[in-house]
Write a protein that binds this ligand. Structure first.
Ligand SMILES: Nc1ncnc2c1ncn2[C@@H]1O[C@H](COP(=O)(O)OP(=O)(O)OP(=O)(O)O)[C@@H](O)[C@H]1O
Length: 350
C-alpha cells in the first residue's frame, strides 16, 4: 500500500540515528538572463551513523554539487544541513574550520589531488599544520600512522606525485582525508580514474578503514556493481532530486522508480553483453538541461511509462516497503529490470 508522507525521503525514523540530515537542500547557480542551473533542487535525505550510503545517477544529475554543498565547499541556496545534531548550513569562520576536520572528501582524480611541485610529505603535512598541530614530531607520527593504515611505505613521503602510481596516490588521498580523524567521508568516484586491477584493493581498503575508524561514508559512483558491493543503502538522483532511496538489497532486487529500473537494466545489459530493449535505449539520450527542468515529474520526457499526469503533477513520496521511498505516480506498474533486456546476446566481437 502506498503511504504518502509530507517530506522528501525521510529516513530518520529507521534504526540508527542520522549523523547527517539534509532538509530541502537547494543549490542553484546563475545561468545568465535571469535563469539558473537547478543542480540540487530540494534534497531531503539522512545518512545514518556508521552506514555507507551510495549516491547514484547519470552524469550531471547533481551528485558532486550535493557533496560540495554538504561539505560547505559551496554555500547552499536554501534548505538545511544538520550534522551531528547541529545546523551547519551557515557555519562560518572558526566553526567552519573545525567542521572541516570532521567532514572530508576523497576526490575522483588522485593524479590531480596533490601539488606536482611538492613532495607528498609536504602535501600530507599541510592539513595538520593548518589545523594547529604545531609539534613536528607529532605531525610526523600522525602521518606515519595514516600511511600504515593505508598500506604505504614511509619512503613515499620523499616522492613527488609524478613518481607514484595511481593506486599509491589514491591511498595517499585517503590518508590525507583521514589525518584529521573525521567522522564522515564523501568519496566521489574514488576508483574511476584507476586501473581495473587496483580498484578492488582501494574499495576494500575503504571498507576496512570505515570499520576500523567508525566512519560514516557517502559513496558517489556510476558503477552500480561497486555500489552493490559496498553500500548499505542507496539513493538515486535525477536532475537535482532524489527519486528513490532503499536498502541495498531492496534497491537491487525490487527497484521501484522507472529511472532506477532502467539504470539497473542498462547495467545488467552491459554486464551480460546483452541487448537492452527500447526502453533502456531511450534512456541513453541526454538528460534534459538542469536550466530548463521539465514540469511535473522531471523524468517524464524520458520515462517509458509516463502518462498525462506525469507532465503536470510533481509526484509525492510513496513508501513501497519498509525504509524504501520513491517519487513516482506509477511506481507499482514499472516492468522489472530483467524484463527490459532483449533476449538476444550481443556478439562480444562486434
Ligand atoms: N560552478 C558551477 N556553475 C554552474 N553550473 C554548475 C557548477 N557546478 C556544477 N554545475 C552544473 O550543475 C549540474 C550538476 O553537476 P554535477 O557535477 O553536480 O553533476 P554530477 O552528477 O556530479 O556529474 P558527474 O557524475 O559527471 O560528476 C550540471 O549541469 C553542471 O553543469
Amino acid at each position: 500500500m502506498t503511504t504518502s508522507v509530507p517530506l522528501d525521503h525521510p529516513t530518520v525514523t529507521e534504526a540508527a540515528q542520522p549523523l547527517l540530515s539534509l532538509q530541502d537542500l537547494v543549490k542553484h547557480y546563475p545561468a545568465g538572463k535571469g535563469k539558473k542551473v537547478h543542480s540540487v533542487d530540494g534534497v531531503s535525505l539522512s545518512v545514518r551513523q556508521g552506514e555507507v550510503l551510495g549516491l547514484v545517477g547519470e552524469s550531471g544529475c547533481g551528485k558532486s554539487t550535493l557533496a560540495r554543498t554538504i561539505l560547505r565547499a559551496v554555500d547552499a541556496t536554501s534548505g538545511h544541513i544538520v550534522f551531528d545534531g547541529e545546523d551547519i548550513t551557515s557555519a562560518k569562520g572558526k566553526r567552519l574550520k573545525e567542521l572541516r576536520r570532521s567532514m572530508q572528501f576523497v576526490f575522483q582524480d588522485p593524479y590531480g589531488a596533490f601539488d606536482p611541485k611538492m613532495s607528498l610529505g609536504t602535501s600530507l603535512e599541510a592539513p595538520l599544520r593548518h589545523h594547529g598541530m604545531k609539534d613536528r614530531a607529532q605531525r610526523q607520527q600522525r602521518m606515519l600512522e595514516m600511511l600504515d593504515r593505508v598500506g604505504i611505505e614511509e619512503a613515499i613521503l620523499e616522492r613527488r606525485p609524478a613518481e607514484c602510481s595511481g593506486g599509491q596516490l589514491q591511498r595517499m588521498v585517503i590518508a590525507r582525508a583521514l589525518l584529521l580523524e573525521p567522522k564522515f567521508l564523501i568519496c566521489d568516484e574514488p576508483t574511476s580514474a584507476l586501473d581495473a586491477s587496483i580498484r578492488a584493493q582501494i574499495l576494500n581498503l575503504l571498507v576496512e578503514l570505515k570499520d576500523q575508524l567508525d566512519l560514516t561514508l557517502v559513496l558517489i559512483s556510476h558503477d552500480l556493481r561497486v555500489v552493490r558491493y559496498l553500500c548499505d543503502r542507496v539513493a538515486v538522483m535525477y536532475l537535482g532530486k532524489i527519486v528513490e532511496v532503499a536498502p541495498r538489497d531492496e534497491l537491487f532486487t525490487n527497484p521501484r522508480h522507472p529511472y532506477t529500473r532502467v539504470l539497473l537494466a542498462a547495467s545488467l545489459a552491459e554486464q551480460a553483453g546483452a541487448e537492452a530493449n527500447a526502453m533502456v535505449s531511450r534512456l541513453r539520450g541526454e538528460p534534459p538541461s538542469p536550466i530548463d527542468v521539465p514540469s511535473g515529474c522531471r523524468f517524464h520526457p524520458r520515462c517509458p511509462i509516463a502518462q498525462d499526469i506525469c507532465s503536470t503533477v510533481v509526484p509525492e513520496i510513496s513508501r513501497p516497503g519498509q525504509d524504501h521511498t520513491v517519487t513516482c505516480h506509477f511506481w507499482d506498474q514499472v516492468p522489472h529490470p530483467s524484463a527490459l533486456l532483449a533476449t538476444s546476446t550481443r556478439n562480444p566481437d562486434e
